[in-house]
Structures are given as C-alpha cells and as structure tokens.
Write a protein that binds this ligand. Structure first.
Ligand code: ADP
Ligand code: DP6
Ligand code: CO
Length: 330
C-alpha cells in the first residue's frame, strides 16, 4: 500500500488565465498572476493498493459517479506513468471551498491531488515539476503549489509551462481579499468550457490577448514597488476585459448576475468615498474585493450593509502546498 496526503490552498488570479493554446497539455494562451489564499483549501489523500480493482473517488465523503471518477483516473494515469505503476487508487478529498462555484476549487483540488498522488508513489518532484503536473489537471492549479504571489509562465511545451513564486518582501502579507459569495452553487458553464467557447468564437478574444503582456508587467512592477493602487487598478482591468470576451462569444454568455453587479458598484462607490479597494471575478458570479489589511475592517463594514455577514469571507495570503506527514493521515 502506498499513501500520500496533501493540503493545497486556492489562488485567485489578479491577471487572469483565459484560454488554452493546447487542450490536452493545458498550455495557456497567456501568462497569469495570482495570490494564494489562506481561507479556502482542499485536503486530499491518495492510496494506491494491489487490492483495488478500480479507481474510486470520494469528495466530501460521497462516492463520485463514473464521469467525475474518469477525470481523476485520467490524471492518475499521468502519475502512474511517471512512477511506472499499474496500481489502482482510492482518492478521498475534502473541499474547504464550495465546489465549481467560481471560487477556484479546481486550483486547490487538483494541486492537492497532484501533491498527494506524487507523494504516494514516491516521485520526489521539485516544486516546478509538481506545478507542471498539477497544470495537467487544471491550469490554475499550477499556481497553488506556491504561497503568496505566483506567475504561470505559459511556455510552449509541457516542459516549459509552469508557475513560479514571485517574492514580494511582505507585500502579499499586507493584503486582504474579501469574498462576496452571492451564489455557492455549481455554475452552468465550467471554466474549461467557458474559455474554450471564448477562444473559438469570441470576436473580442484577440483584444484580450493583446493587452495581457502590458497588464502583467504593470502588475509585477506594482508588486515590486508595493504600490497597492497600481496593483488594484490592473487587477480590476484584467477581470473586466476577461469577462468582456464572453459577451462576444457564440453563443454569448456571462458569469455575472445582478448580485455580482451590485457588489462591483459598491466597490466603485467605496473608492469614490476614498476607501481604496478593487474587485475581481472568476468563472462564476462571486466577487472578490482586494483591499489592504489596514482598510479591511472599514470595507468589510460597508459590504456588510448590503450583504449578509455569512456571504462575506475574509482571506489573506496563504501558504504553499503542504505534504502532510504520515501521522496526520486518517
Ligand atoms: P472552480 O471555479 O471551482 O475552479 P471549475 O469549473 O474550474 O470551477 O472546476 C470545477 C471542477 O474541478 C469540478 O467539477 C471537479 O472536476 C474539479 N474539482 C474540484 N474540487 C476537486 C477536488 N477536491 N478533487 C478533484 N477534483 C476537484
Ligand atoms: C477565470 O484553471 O479552472 O479562474 O484549466 O480548464 O481546469 P482549466 O480551468 P481553470 O480556469 C481558471 C479561469 C479563471 C482565471 C484564473 O484562475 O486565472
Ligand atoms: Co477552476
């Protein structure tokens, strides 16, 4: 029996990943930049054994159906191939984040699965190799290998596409991200399907791609200079441009709901009142508000006037993936 367990934290992109150049290898069209967070994470245990006759996948205590298990099996095949193993596995995962709601469960979920499976089969991967492996499960997962800020270098092959940590000399630790959870149910259009439809059909897609390099360098400069306003402005701009592309897709779609717009308007209003804060959104209706820790309480208080306290979750910079020691395994 070979077992491994890992805990990985979600990350939210400030400069978004939106579109694949290669579906099979999950090579992205553009670099992206994220902040790993402490409030949402996944814990996954993988056990490979000669006793098993098939892969089994439990999520939050429930045995998953054939379709969900097939996705896990395809990912485990990559790990088995690397380890030259033919063993089947039992995967037991717990999401401390709503699943498939635009709160980045695929980032923490696939990073934790990669870490646990690699540990179980003794692959001893470097962070860069683990990032590449996690990428094969879900693009955004390659960034959850690191704590704080990370940049996914798009590369042009399996070997050259991975994330790296961006050191920030404490700047990441000065930030908060307040999640406005307007809907924690599973979204209709997965990130994967949404971005593919956009790349294939959106007249605005090229416009998105053209502006990413400038936005990315603005974001990196802002991190270097610890310039919150510059980072916030480019974060909000990147999200708006990404979401703009979906409106011109065929058929068109949007991840925004009326509640998302209410949260975004409020953030703009707070800014006008002199409170520095900026929003971002992913493939789902939930809004994330980037704010300095020094203004966290004030912004939270203002948000609480329009949303219930249960809808508001405060996160700070989170740690790198953790491979849990044998004694902590259940
Ligand atoms: P999200 O916004 O939550 O990242 P996605 O559409 O990108 O939504 O991905 C959701 C998919 O991620 C799920 O349908 C499932 O396939 C996968 N996923 C989520 N959590 C886990 C987990 N803990 N273990 C394995 N796969 C997971
Ligand atoms: C909008 O990584 O979930 O959250 O690679 O197909 O699994 P797959 O998609 P995923 O896409 C995330 C898209 C995003 C932006 C981001 O996280 O960079
Ligand atoms: Co995802």
């Amino acid at each position: 029996m070979h077992s491994g367990k890992a805990r990985a934290y979600t990350n939210i992109a400030l400069i978004k990943y939106w579109g694949k150049a290669d579906q099979a290898f999950i090579l992205p069209m553009n670099n992206s930049l994220s902040l790993t967070l402490d409030a949402f994470y996944t814990e996954t245990e993988v056990v490979f054994s000669e006793d098993y006759t098939e892969d089994r996948f439990y999520l939050d205590g429930h045995l998953q159906d054939a379709k969900a298990t097939e996705k896990i099996s395809m990912f485990l095949d990559l790990v088995r191939q690397k380890a030259d193993s033919k063993l089947f596995a039992k995967v037991a995962s717990r999401n401390f984040v709503p699943t498939a709601a635009g709160l980045a469960s695929s980032a923490s979920g696939l990073a934790a699965l990669a870490g646990a499976a690699a540990e179980a089969l003794d692959l001893s991967l470097t962070p860069q190799e683990l990032s590449r492996l996690a990428r094969r499960g879900s693009g955004s997962a390659c960034r959850s290998i690191y704590g704080g800020f990370a940049e996914w270098q798009k590369g042009d092959s399996d070997e050259t596409s991975y994330a790296e940590a961006i050191p920030s000399e404490g700047f990441a630790e000065e930030l908060s991200m307040i999640f406005v959870v307007v809907n924690d149910q599973q979204k209709d259009i997965s990130s994967r399907d949404g971005m593919q439809r956009t790349v294939e059909t959106s007249a605005f897609y090229q416009g998105w791609l053209d502006t990413v390099p400038t936005d990315l360098s603005k974001a990196k400069k802002a991190i270097q200079k610890k310039d919150f306003q510059a980072l916030g402005e480019v974060t909000e701009a990147s999200a708006l441009k990404m979401h703009g592309t979906t409106l011109a897709a065929q058929p068109p779609f949007t991840y925004w709901s009326a509640e998302s717009m209410k949260a975004m308007s409020l953030v703009r209003q707070l800014r006008q009142e002199g409170l520095p804060c900026y929003f971002t959104m992913d493939a789902g209706p939930n809004v994330k508000v980037l704010v300095q820790k020094t203004h966290e309480k004030q912004v939270l208080q203002k948000l609480a006037e329009q949303f219930s306290r249960e809808q508001l979750i405060v996160a700070h910079a989170g740690p790198a993936i953790q491979i849990l020691p044998k004694e902590e395994r259940t």
